[in-house]
Design a protein around this ligand. Structure first.
Ligand SMILES: Cc1ncc(COP(=O)(O)O)c(C=O)c1O
Length: 347
């Protein structure tokens, strides 16, 4: 394995001296969300994944996938990693690649936020924008990235079906949440793109609960409109309806990362409900988060109301609001999607 630190050091770069960018991935704070907690009589906590070096939870998947490939000997010094991504995984891969001397080729649907596109270019990704197509179409960004890998002999990160993704969360994010909550976790809510975060943290929390001899937390999928997973969890039906302005989440198939995942229930959250949480977190708590975080917090509030006062619920603040300034915080964009524009934003 190519690391500049001995294996025995903790991977919590924010509280120890970091050797390099990869050492600073993870170890994020867990923040009590006051308004959501007060409104429900529960303690609702958000894991501040926007504090990772690349600004999102996907730094963890990127690092886990790259370290797994290094260990398996399929990523050689100076090698190239190609990936299809909504942007955040591409950012994580490119930053880890820069730190470790690899090259990155990032395939991304052109519909994703300009901020992610600009950031990927800034950090040196070889960016290939493609038209947004459904997964069944061979022009879909995931298939384009796989073909590029086959044609050029590059490593395909394959975040959707490479279970090194969820294994990374099982070994880091899950135990971190358990420890930060003192082993008292009643429920966990999380949206899915690849499913790595939901499945991996679910396994990690389950492992920790088993080791402690206590009941495991309830694991609840938070799903946007336009995703098939809510129906899949509720009735086994993956069919899709509606749409969402959120990015990086929603899925129409059971990825390898989702196979066998612990999922007890699901909440479907429409964009206005997610935006309400995003704006409330920003205005009242000073937390700037993106669309999937809004879906996650809205689902945590619903779960809190179902469980009743006194429960402790964790969720993920996946990335920051600045990544979506031109969309979630842009009155013209919101109006074009028939979404409400809050008065404070409309000036
Ligand atoms: C902002 C954001 N939230 C959530 C997710 C979903 O995470 P996962 O792929 O682990 O399901 C992604 C994935 O790209 C993302 O970019």
């Amino acid at each position: 394995m190519m690391t500049s630190e001995p294996d025995s050091l903790p991977r919590n770069g924010w509280t120890t001296t970091s050797a390099d960018m990869p050492a600073a991935v993870g170890g994020t704070p867990l923040i009590r969300l006051s308004r959501a907690s007060d409104a429900t009589g529960c303690d609702i906590f958000g894991k501040a994944e926007f504090m990772n070096p690349g600004g999102s939870v996907k730094d963890r998947a990127a690092l886990a996938i790259i370290e797994d490939a290094e260990k398996r000997g399929v990523l050689k010094p100076g090698g190239t990693i190609v990936e299809g991504t909504a942007g955040n995984t591409g950012i994580g891969i490119t930053l880890v690649a820069n730190a470790r001397g690899y090259k990155s080729v990032i395939v991304m649907p052109e519909t994703q936020s300009q901020e992610k596109i600009d950031f990927l270019r800034m950090i040196g990704a070889d960016l290939r924008l493609v038209p947004a197509k459904p997964y069944r179409d061979q022009g879909n960004y995931v298939h384009v990235s796989r073909r590029l890998s086959e044609e050029n002999g590059w490593l395909w990160a394959n975040q959707f079906d490479n279970v090194a993704n969820r294994e990374g969360h099982r070994l880091t994010t899950g135990p971190e949440i358990w420890e930060q909550m003192g082993g008292k976790v009643d429920a966990f809510t999380c949206a899915c793109g690849t499913g790595g975060t939901l499945a991996g943290i679910g396994f990690g929390l389950n492992d920790a609960a088993e080791a402690a001899g206590v009941a495991r937390p309830k694991i609840v999928l938070a799903d946007p409109e336009g995703s098939g997973l809510y129906g899949w969890v509720k009735s086994g039906d993956l069919s899709v309806s509606g749409s969402s302005i959120t990015e990086g989440i929603g899925q129409s198939r059971v990825t390898a990362n989702l196979e066998g995942a612990i999922i007890d229930d699901a909440e479907r959250i429409a964009d206005p409900e997610a935006l309400e949480q995003i704006y409330s977190l920003l205005i009242h708590e000073g937390l700037s988060v993106g669309g999937s975080s809004g879906i996650n917090v809205a689902a945590a509030i619903r779960v809190a109301r179902t469980l009743g006062p006194g429960h402790r619920i964790a969720t993920i603040l996946c990335d920051g609001g600045a990544r979506y300034q031109s969309k979630l915080f842009n009155p013209e964009f919101l109006r074009s999607k028939d979404l409400p524009v809050p008065a404070w934003l409309d000036r």
